[in-house]
Design a protein around this ligand. Structure first.
Ligand code: FAD
Length: 405
C-alpha cells in the first residue's frame, strides 16, 4: 500500500518520501502471499454461511479459520465485530463495494503494466475457484449467479470443463466436481511487484528511507506536524499517509484515532519446480473451496497460501498449518511427486471485520490512511494507491467507494 501510494502520488506531482523499518520494500505481509489478483472474487470472509463452519473449526489446529483466545480486548472486539458482519445483508453490501474497487484496481494494474512494462511473474489466465464436494459446487454456482448483477463475471464450469481449463487438476486424488471461473482475474508475485514498483518510483523521484522505524506521529491541533522515528529523527511534510499494514492501529491509537484493524495471520508454502514438475504443475491460479487455500504459479515456483488465525502479532511459522497446506497440494497434484517446500512463511493480514479497507483522510486534516486491506491487499493495491493520490490532490477518485473523509 505504501509503495503503490508513493507511485501514484509521485505521478500526481507530489514530492514523496517513504519511511520503512525494513531493509527493503515488501518484506512483511506483501512478501509471500497467495499471488491472486482476485477482482472477480473480492468478497468479505464474513458471511452467514461461515457461522456454522466456525463451530466445526473451533480448536482444530489445521482449521482454515482459527481463534486463539488472548487477554487482548482488541482481539475479542474484532472477533465480535466479525460475527456481526456475518449478518444477512452486510455481505452483499460489502461485496458490492469491494467488487467496484477491485475491478478499478485491476484496471489500474493493467494500465501500470502497459505504461511501465513492470514484470512480476504475472499470468493473466484467470482464476478458477473449484469444489470437491457437490454441496460446495452448488454453492459456488448459486453464488456466481448472485454476483452477476454486481458486474462480477464468473462462469460456472462442470468437472470436465475445470480439467480442460487446468489439466493439472485431472490427477487430483479428490475429484474436482466443478467450479466458477473468473477469466479476467490474474496472478503474480506481489513481492517482486512491490520491489519493482519501488525501483520505478525511485526513478520518478520518490525517496525511500529504509531502516527507519516510525515511533510516533506528532499532533498539533487538527493536523500532524511531524513523524518521529525511533532514533529521534523528525520528518516534516504537508501530508502524511499511514500504510503500516497490521501495525497501523498501534501508531494511530495515541492520536485517539481507533481503527478496527487486527492482524489475521496466514501461511504460505512455496515449492520450487524443476523442468518435469513445471510441466505438471498448474498455471491457472486456483482457489480450493474445501480447504480455503489459493494456489498460484509464479514462474518456476508454485505458491499455496491460506488459513486465517486470530492470534495477535505473533509472526512465528506454525509447522502444523504449513504441513496441512502441503498435504492438500500433494493430494490435488500427486503428479508433482515428492517436490519439497523451499519456504514456509507466515504473514499478518491487516484485516477489518467487514473486509473493507480504510482509504482517505482521517480526523486530522493532513493525515491519510491506506490500510486494512486484509485478504485483498494485492488485489486492491493499485486502485487504492491511485484513489488515495486523488484524495490527497483534492480530486474525486474515478471509482465509487466509501472513502474516509
Ligand atoms: C497467507 C496470505 C495470503 C494472501 N493472499 C492474497 C492474495 O492472493 N491476493 C491478495 O490480494 N491479497 C492476499 N493477501 C493479503 C495481502 O498480502 C495483504 O493485504 C497486503 O500484503 C497488505 O499490504 P500492506 O502494505 O497493507 O502491509 P505490509 O505489506 O505488511 O506493509 C506494511 C509495511 O509497513 C512497515 N511498517 C510497519 N510498521 C512500521 C513502523 N513503525 N515504521 C516503519 N515501517 C513500518 C512494514 O515493515 C511493512 O513493510 C494474503 C495475505 C496472506 C497473509
Amino acid at each position: 500500500m505504501g509503495v503503490s501510494a508513493s507511485w501514484y502520488l509521485a505521478a500526481a506531482g507530489h514530492e514523496v518520501s517513504v519511511l520503512e523499518r525494513r531493509a527493503g520494500p515488501g518484506l512483511e505481509t506483501s512478501f509471500a502471499n497467495g499471488g491472486q489478483i482476485s477482482a472477480s472474487h473480492a468478497e468479505p470472509w464474513a458471511k452467514p454461511s461461515v457461522i456454522p463452519k466456525l463451530a466445526r473449526w473451533l480448536g482444530r489446529e489445521d482449521a482454515p479459520l482459527l481463534f486463539r483466545p488472548r487477554a487482548d480486548w482488541a482481539q475479542w472486539e474484532w472477533g465480535l465485530r466479525f460475527l456481526r458482519e456475518c449478518m444477512p445483508g452486510r455481505f452483499e453490501r460489502h461485496s458490492r463495494a469491494l467488487a467496484g474497487l477491485a475491478r478499478y484496481s485491476r484496471a489500474c494494474l493493467r494500465a501500470l503494466r502497459e505504461q511501465t512494462g513492470i514484470r512480476y511473474d504475472h499470468l493473466a489466465r484467470g482464476i478458477l475457484h473449484f469444489a470437491t464436494s457437490q454441496q460446495d459446487f452448488e454453492a459456488l454456482a448459486r453464488h456466481a449467479e448472485a454476483m452477476r448483477p454486481l458486474g462480477v463475471e464468473r462462469e460456472v464450469k462442470s468437472a470436465a470443463e475445470c480439467v480442460a481449463l487446468e489439466p493439472a487438476l485431472a490427477y487430483s486424488e479428490q475429484r474436482v466436481l466443478g467450479g466458477a471461473y473468473a477469466p479476467q482475474d490474474e496472478s503474480g508475485d506481489a513481492y517482486r511487484f512491490t520491489r519493482e514498483l519501488a525501483a520505478l518510483a525511485a526513478r520518478k523521484g520518490v525517496i525511500f528511507r529504509y531502516g527507519v522505524s516510525v515511533e510516533a506521529l506528532e499532533p498539533a491541533g487538527d493536523v500532524v506536524s511531524a513523524v518521529r522515528a525511533e532514533d529521534g529523527e523528525r520528518y516534516l511534510a504537508d501530508a502524511y499517509v499511514v500504510a503500516l499494514g497490521s501495525y497501523s492501529p498501534l501508531l494511530l491509537e495515541p492520536l485517539r484515532i481507533r481503527i478496527p484493524v487486527y492482524p489475521l495471520k496466514g501461511y504460505s508454502i512455496t515449492l520450487p519446480l524443476g523442468p518435469a514438475e513445471a510441466v505438471a504443475a498448474p498455471s491457472v491460479s486456483l482457489t480450493d473451496e474445501a480447504f480455503k487455500i489459493v494456489i498460484s504459479r509464479l514462474g518456476e515456483r508454485l505458491r499455496a497460501a491460506g488459513t486465517a488465525e486470530l492470534a495477535g502479532y505473533d509472526t512465528s511459522v506454525n509447522e502444523v498449518r504449513c504441513a496441512a497446506i502441503l498435504r492438500r497440494v500433494r493430494q490435488l497434484f500427486p503428479q508433482l511427486g515428492a517436490v519439497s517446500v523451499v519456504e514456509n512463511w507466515a504473514g499478518l493480514r491487516p484485516a477489518t471485520p467487514s473486509n473493507l479497507p480504510l482509504i482517505g483522510r482521517s480526523a486530522l486534516r493532513n493525515l491519510y490512511l491506506n490500510t486494512g486491506h486484509g485478504t485483498l491487499g494485492w488485489t486492491l493495491a493499485c486502485g487504492s494507491g491511485r484513489a488515495l493520490a486523488d484524495l490527497v490532490s483534492g480530486r474525486r477518485p474515478d471509482v465509487a467507494f466509501d472513502f474516509l473523509a
